[in-house]
Design a protein around this ligand. Structure first.
Ligand SMILES: Cc1ncc(C[n+]2csc(CCOP(=O)(O)OP(=O)(O)O)c2C)c(N)n1
Ligand SMILES: [Mg+2]
Length: 489
């Protein structure tokens, strides 16, 4: 397991502070000769640098006689061939002391390639048949207790998805989202964390709160929006949240959780807590501005946190080939100064060990870590979607059968002598019973009273909310047939 490394931020910061008043210097004061070179004349003639005033310096040591130039751009200049720019340019072994470290010069105009050529490798521990890869750089230690709980929770999550999905199809709940195909990403990451770590989810990570003890009844109450739902029926199904389990409530607008997570992580840092923040997002979420703001903010603030990107191939009907041209998400870490790793999201042991290591680094080194897990969304995006309209059925089947995270992990657990067919059917029978009971009970439980729509935001409701409640009551009174009869007024 290798995380991409980066320079220490504190030295960069210190360097920047020392130099910020003196502005930037080129080499050791050779600025004027550079300004006379054809290359610089090209720039100063308007192609790239514009003259600002006489009291600043960009070259060498601070020098009041030199001038500050700002890079500008126009279309005609951009059409100049690069050869003109470099004509007569001499090799310059000197460097530029720039905030963040010394930058060497080159007379060769080389654009950094848009791709590294070779894609970033994906860390895994188990091969496709559930056998440990002997060459693995880390010995992953998982106890029987943790391993069997991991497997049991993966099965439970899959069974819960099947039954609640059906409940939606039968019209008993309004909406549902499955996590099928991503069970290892959910459960193994949760297993690697401590319950003090604070989770800010996207929405396809219910396995994390399941691992922490959210019961089948808790899940069902939320999906049915009854009065036992912690969110008091005010959110769509699958928008789980639990103070008890340090699990922030899911919110629909994607990636808003990322900058918020940095703020939460910074509060842990200020309190010197032995915990980190973990936030999840999808490949689609990675295109949101909030994702980039969050990554940059976390790097600069040295926030103790883990960004887990579930790259599952699709954002509703948008495939990743249309989402970004980079090698996924992992490569973005380095651009922001964040240590990062790519992991096989269908290998529970790889996810477990990478997240454990990431957690250790996030807390002891007080820094963010980015983990990209490669996985696949086996189900439709949600019950409002039919993914066979935009992707091939054999693609879905391949991931469902050949790359199933449950099958692979079960083989490993079974080979250790920790699991067998009897244990498997006992587990499935008891989960089925629990789920049926939970769904029936949730359905029978009263809905939250109408008044709850207006509580829990303000201590004292403002006038406009009072006005809205009054209007709602008048309207439901006048047109009772248009409002759900089961909501207590
Ligand atoms: C800001 C915002 N834009 C668009 C949407 C609509 N939307 C909901 S889920 C989704 C796709 C997200 O895909 P991804 O992040 O890859 O997560 P996945 O569903 O694959 O788990 C979109 C576009 C939204 N909820 N919020
Ligand atoms: Mg996705």
């Amino acid at each position: 397991m290798r995380f991409g490394s980066l320079r220490s931020r504190s030295s960069i910061h210190g360097h920047y502070l020392k130099r910020k008043l003196s502005l930037m210097g080129i080499g050791s004061g050779e600025g004027s000769s550079l300004r006379n070179s054809p290359s610089f004349q090209y720039k100063s003639a308007g192609a790239g640098w514009s003259h600002l005033d006489e009291d600043h310096c960009i070259c060498g040591k601070p020098n009041a006689n030199l001038s500050l130039w700002r890079f500008t751009f126009n279309r005609a200049q951009s059409q100049l061939h690069y050869q003109y720019v470099n004509e007569d340019d001499h090799d310059d072994q000197q460097g530029l002391d720039f905030p963040g470290g010394r930058v060497t010069f080159t007379s060769e105009m080389r654009f950094i390639s848009e791709s590294a050529g070779k894609r970033v490798s994906c860390y895994r521990v188990l091969d496709d048949d559930g056998d440990p890869i002997m060459k693995s750089s880390v010995e992953v230690q998982v106890t029987k207790e943790i391993a069997t709980k991991m497997y049991s929770d993966m099965v439970t999550l899959q069974m819960m998805d099947t039954m609640l999905y059906e409940a939606q199809r039968q019209g008993r709940i309004s909406f549902y989202v499955t996590t099928m195909g991503e069970e290892a990403t959910n459960i193994a990451s949760a297993a690697a964390l401590s319950s003090d770590d604070i989770v800010l989810p996207q929405y396809r990570e219910p396995g994390v709160v399941l691992w922490r003890g959210f019961t089948m009844q808790d899940f069902a109450n939320q999906c049915f929006g009854n009065k036992s739902d912690y969110g008091k029926g005010r959110q769509m199904p699958i928008h789980y949240g639990s103070n008890k389990h340090n699990y922030f409530t899911v919110s629909s607008p994607i990636s808003t959780q990322l900058p918020q997570a940095v703020g939460v992580a910074y509060s842990l840092k200020m309190d010197k807590r032995d915990a980190c923040v973990v936030t999840f997002f999808g490949d689609g979420g990675s295109s949101e501005g909030d994702c980039h703001a969050g990554l940059n903010f976390a790097a600069v603030m040295e926030a103790p946190m883990i960004f887990i990107c579930r790259n599952n191939g699709w954002a509703i009907g948008t495939p990743i080939q249309e989402q970004f041209r980079s090698d996924g998400i992992v490569v973005k870490g380095q651009a922001y100064g964040i240590r990062s790793i790519r992991v096989d999201g269908n290998d529970a042991l790889a996810v477990y060990s990478a997240i454990r290591q990431a957690r250790e680094m996030a807390i002891t080194e007080q820094r963010p870590i980015l983990v990209e897990v490669l996985t696949y969304r086996v189900g439709h995006h949600s019950t409002s979607d039919d993914s066979t309209k935009y992707r091939a059925s054999n693609e879905i089947e391949y991931w469902k059968k050949e790359r199933s995270p449950l099958n692979r992990f079960r083989k490993w657990v079974e080979r250790n002598g920790w699991w067998n067919d009897t244990a498997d059917s006992e587990l499935r029978n008891s989960v089925k019973k629990l789920l049926l009971q939970a769904i029936q009970a949730a359905e029978k439980t009263e809905k939250p009273p109408l008044a709850e729509l207006f509580t829990d935001v303000y201590d004292e409701p403002p006038e406009n909310l009072k006005e809205q409640e009054k209007l709602l009551r008048e309207t439901t009174g006048k047109h009772p047939q248009d409002y759900p009869s089961e909501v207590p007024i």
